[in-house]
Design a protein around this ligand. Structure first.
Ligand SMILES: C[S@@+](CC[C@H](N)C(=O)[O-])C[C@H]1O[C@@H](n2cnc3c(N)ncnc32)[C@H](O)[C@@H]1O
Ligand code: SF4
Ligand code: SF4
Length: 334
């Protein structure tokens, strides 16, 4: 409990965050922080999108075939109220859609700030310039723009829509109009359509913090992977590259005692289903937020460990996932 309070404190007070984070990280090697409760929430407040990224597992028309919809405000409130006062790193009010289509975003961010009390974070494709004001909120501390191309031609091939100039305008506008505490990042999902222009992309966005990632793959998403499979960035330890605005490069590492990168996140489909992780079909779930105790659902997920068709073949698992889950997760590890 003390560890979690420390963790929550670090997330909220940025000045001391680095040091406290380091201490919490060291302590978490002894007992994982995700055992007690989730440390992040991801909520599909809606899951519509205006793009058709070749690599996206959840794009409309993909084999995953997610039911599309909008979560009622009362359901969002219910999730946030449940975890009121629990130390959390962040809430991501999106998962499988485009947040610039979520016109309630400022209201949702207010709710996050008032109930759970932690920061919020989003990924956006940035292509709906007309809705750019939705990105401005003092509690939305990180906005990551996914721009997986350096040219208009490759953008069209990779993201499926001719909106590259609009994206550049939104990025530029956000840089100049955000609150000071709102950090931003540009990210690139590497695949066969775009990997030839990674170097140009790094030059184009050299003023920003950058994140380059390999494809997330598992057997349920065969179609999107085959459609966009690239050769680079397949080594698990080097799958995600970070480059800061000074040009310094590093790799995003898994936290100690984590069986995969999403393990501390509780995620919700727009129909209220409590899913295994953000990368999952809603049909595999631990009940619905309307009538399920969220802590029980969390414990059940930990007990189930990775005993399901999606996790078994997931390429973002830690090489140590089996031993970590055997030690901490219970259940039947596969
Ligand atoms: C599902 S999107 C939703 C947010 C927003 N529409 C966007 O594209 O930024 C969340 C993040 O997952 C990334 N993503 C989608 N499919 C992926 C895949 N197969 N491998 C790795 N990242 C993927 C997106 O590029 C984006 O950065
Ligand atoms: S913009 Fe995001 S959600 Fe939409 S298709 Fe692309 S990766 Fe998927
Ligand atoms: S291993 Fe399972 S829970 Fe972890 S990222 Fe992959 S699909 Fe999600």
């Amino acid at each position: 409990m003390v560890i979690n309070q420390l963790y929550g404190f670090a997330a909220r007070r940025e000045a001391s965050a680095k040091l406290v984070n380091q201490v919490a990280r060291e302590i978490s090697k002894l007992r994982p922080l995700w055992i007690n409760h989730p440390l992040n929430l991801q909520i599909d407040t809606q899951n519509y999108c205006n793009l058709k990224c070749a690599y996206c597992n959840v794009r409309e028309g993909s084999a995953m075939n997610l039911p599309r919809g909008t979560m009622p405000m009362e359901t969002i409130q219910r999730i946030l109220e449940y975890w009121r006062g629990t130390p959390m790193w962040c809430v991501a009010p999106f998962s499988n859609g485009e947040p610039l289509l979520e016109t309630r975003l400022p209201e949702i961010n207010d709710m996050i700030q008032k109930t759970v009390g932690c920061m919020s974070v989003i990924d956006t494709n940035g292509s709906i310039y007309a809705n750019r004001e939705l990105l401005i909120h003092p509690n939305m501390r990180l906005v990551r723009f996914t721009v997986s191309a350096a040219t208009r031609e490759t953008y069209n091939k990779t993201m499926g829509v001719d909106l590259f100039p609009d994206v550049l305008s939104t990025v530029e506008w956000f840089k100049n109009n955000r609150y000071r505490q709102q950090k931003m990042m540009i990210q690139f999902v590497s695949n066969k359509h775009n990997e030839h222009e990674i170097d140009d992309w790094v030059k184009l966005f050299s003023d920003y913090n950058l994140r380059i990632s390999g494809l997330h793959r598992n057997p349920l998403f065969q179609e999107a992977s085959e459609n966009a499979l690239g050769e680079k960035l397949t080594n698990p330890a080097e799958r995600v590259i970070l480059i800061d605005a000074e040009g310094k490069t590093s790799f995003e590492k898994l936290k100690p005692n984590y069986p995969c990168s999403c393990w501390d996140i509780q995620s919700f489909g727009c129909d209220g289903s409590i899913t295994q992780c953000v990368k999952f079909p809603y049909s595999f779930n631990y009940g619905n937020v309307v009538d399920t105790d969220l802590r029980k659902a969390w414990d059940e997920r930990n007990r189930n460990a990775m005993n399901n068709p999606c996790c078994r073949g997931c390429n973002t698992r830690s090489p140590d996932s089996v031993s970590i889950l055997k030690k901490w997760g219970g259940g039947h590890v596969q």
